[in-house]
Structures are given as C-alpha cells and as structure tokens.
Design a protein around this ligand. Structure first.
Ligand code: SF4
Length: 377
C-alpha cells in the first residue's frame, strides 16, 4: 500500500522523503506542488528529478476524496458531500463574503458529543477522519474554486473546523492538518484565520494552546450547567466554570485577544431575558480573572428530530442588545446556504440516511461526472 501524501505535514513529508533516500529539501518542492498548485500527478511536477518522480509513483499517491454531490446556493455558498467509505460521508461548506472566503471543514464522520440542537450529533459517531481526509477537503475546495472562479490567487482565506465532528476528539489527525494550513509552503494561512471550534474538551484546549494555538471558538449555548447539560452532554464532564477557566488559560497563547463563544438561539429554551442576564453575570465574573470574549448568536436551523424551534428574530435582537449594553461584543450570524441545508448545525442532513449515501455512491460510480445541483437565484 502506498502513502497518501495528504497525510503529511512538511516535517512528515521530509521524513518520508528521507525514507526513500532523498534529501529533505525535496519535501518542500513536493509539498508546494501538492498544496499550492493542487497537483496530484507526479509526472506534472516538472522541477522534481525524474528519479524522484519514479520513486513517488511506486511509493506514494495523492488521493482526493470522491465527491458524492455539490450544491451551489443562491447566495454563493457551496456544499460538497464527500464519500469517506463504508457508507459514511462528510460535508464541507464554502462561504464567500466580500472580504473573505471561509471553508467549514469536517473532522469526523458523525460526532459522539450528541448536542441536542445539532443534526450531526443526532446522526451518532462513525469514525475519526484521517489527516488526509481533513486536508483533502481544503485541497479540493481551494483548487476547484480557483478554476471555478477563474482565479490564480488564493480563494480560501479562512478555515473553520466547524463542520461535522468535534475536532478536539480527533486531535492526532487534527494537528498535522492545522500545520499544513499554516505552513507558508502549504496554504500559508495566519493563525488568526484558522479557527478550531470545540464543544469544550478542556484537557485538549490546553494541549492545543501548546501544540498549535490557532483561533478558538467554543460552543457555549447556555449560561448555566443546568441548562447546558442537556444541550451539550459533554458539559457533565467539563462544566462551564472549568471550561471558561481553560479559555482564560488559552488566551495567553491565542492569536486573537478574545475567545469566540457560539450561542445557538433556541426558542423558549435559552433565549429569554433571564438567560441573557445570567450570561452577562457569568462573563463578568470570569472577566475579573482575565477572560476576554465575544459572542456570536446563531439562529437555530430546525430539523424535526431536535424538537426545537428557531428564536424569532426580534428575540435574537433583544438578546444581542442586552449583551451589547453590558459591554460584551456580540454579533448575530447571518444565515448562509439555507436553501441547500448548508447552514450551521444542518450538516449531516444527507448523511444520516445511509441508504441515500449508498445510492449516491452507486450513482457516482456509474457516472464519472460530478452531479451539480445549482439553485437558481
Ligand atoms: S455541535 Fe459539534 S460537538 Fe456538538 S454534536 Fe454537533 S458536531 Fe458534535
């Protein structure tokens, strides 16, 4: 079995090259061909010695993930469904904005955390993705988008590990993937532009601070343990005070001087004035110990199994105003890709029905053409 080179950060690739009897610097050339130029065919890597290309053909490959579908929203959001084998699939979403292009990347097939408001959580956990499977999402999206948009420069300026899965429960695959995103010979993204979003795996937040301190977002969703326990079951293991103390410690290493707290607005559950008051008191208490944060209020995207509803926009605005009036930086997330179920918390809508995934795999095998389902404006 040959090695998938998407599995390596630059150091890993250097070790691989040495293992083939090559000089370490060859790894940099190879790495740039793969990640900066999107090449997978060794014969096209013209400045590599022919002898190296021959060795690579024997010992290595660059394997993209098979695409099951691609949907383009009327707002320009693009969602891909990738086949990761054994009936599992993961979703990746590109969100274009005026000043940035953000890719939302999955880290696991399914998720074991089981947050009540999350479609992926309801699907259950299947397995961790490998580094190659995490990076293949970025590798494909970046080079597809350059062609699609007729651009030679970088299209994806930001990566958020906010797709399917809890990235900090797939730590050993995550770290090399982050290193490739940050590497100047890879995607060259600054640490501020790569965000790991976690439901609150406290020990791994501390490890991330040491190993690869990128921007951190935390799915908070509630001001108290009593309310957060049923919404984010991991809270029973790592309660809010412990989590916020870890966030505070992270700030000493973080590329930004604040932590982003995600707060999904659920009608009648966590969106009342008393919840805002409790949240303000919580933040103020931890601010005294040095915690700096901003809030991102997310309109919930309902799905039947959740039994939850979206807060009315007026209530989201009142909640935001209470936080802002208390001096807490707060934004309300714009819903993107609603028409293709690409909005936050909706991923896995297609994945949880494995029969449909199997049907799509069969369709793709029957036709090498990627099915494209644009939504007309
Ligand atoms: S919100 Fe994140 S951690 Fe919670 S179930 Fe969904 S994917 Fe998992």
């Amino acid at each position: 079995m040959t090695a998938n080179l998407l599995d390596f950060d630059l150091e890993g690739l250097a070790v691989f090259c040495e293992g083939m009897g090559e000089k370490r610097f060859r790894a940099t050339q190879l790495f740039r061909w793969i990640h900066q130029r999107g090449m997978s065919n060794f014969d096209d890597m013209s400045d590599l010695a022919k002898s190296l290309r021959e060795k690579l053909k024997v010992h290595a490959h660059v394997a993209p993930l098979p695409i099951l579908s691609q949907q383009i929203s009327k707002d320009g959001t693009i969602k891909w469904l990738f086949d990761v084998g054994a009936g599992d699939a993961v979703e990746t979403v590109f969100i274009p904005e005026d000043d940035r292009g953000t890719l939302c990347v999955s880290s696991q097939a399914g998720c074991a955390v089981g947050c009540r408001f999350c479609s992926t959580g309801h699907q259950g956990f299947s397995r961790n993705l490998s580094t190659a499977e995490i990076l293949a999402q970025l590798w494909f999206a970046e080079h597809f988008l350059r062609k699609h948009l007729h651009q030679t420069d970088r299209v994806i300026s930001n990566v958020v590990m906010m797709g399917m899965g809890e990235p900090l429960q797939n730590y050993s695959a995550l770290i090399p993937a982050l290193q490739v995103m940050l590497d100047d010979h890879g995607y060259g993204l600054s640490r501020r532009r790569v965000t790991v979003s976690t439901s609150g795996v406290v020990p791994m937040i501390d490890r991330l601070a040491q190993d690869c301190p990128v921007a951190l977002a935390v799915s908070l969703h509630a001001p108290s343990d009593a309310l957060r326990d049923p919404l984010v079951p991991l809270n029973r293991k790592y309660p809010i005070d412990e989590l916020l103390q870890a966030c505070q410690r992270y700030l000493a290493h973080a590329p930004r001087d604040f932590i982003t707290f995600e707060y999904c607005m659920l009608d009648g559950v966590n969106d009342q004035p008393e919840h805002a008051r409790e949240l303000i008191a919580l933040v103020q208490r931890h601010a005294r110990d040095g915690l700096r944060c901003k809030f991102n209020l997310i309109p919930f995207n309902p799905f039947p199994a959740s039994g939850l509803l979206r807060s009315p926009p007026s209530r989201v605005q009142s909640f935001a105003k209470m936080l802002l009036d208390a001096g807490i930086v707060t934004t309300v997330r714009k819903t993107r890709g609603d028409d293709i179920d690409a909005a936050c918390g909706q991923l896995a809508g297609d994945v949880k029905d494995r029969t449909r995934v199997q049907e799509r795999i069969a369709q793709r095998r029957a036709s090498p053409v990627i099915p494209i389902a644009p939504v007309s404006p």
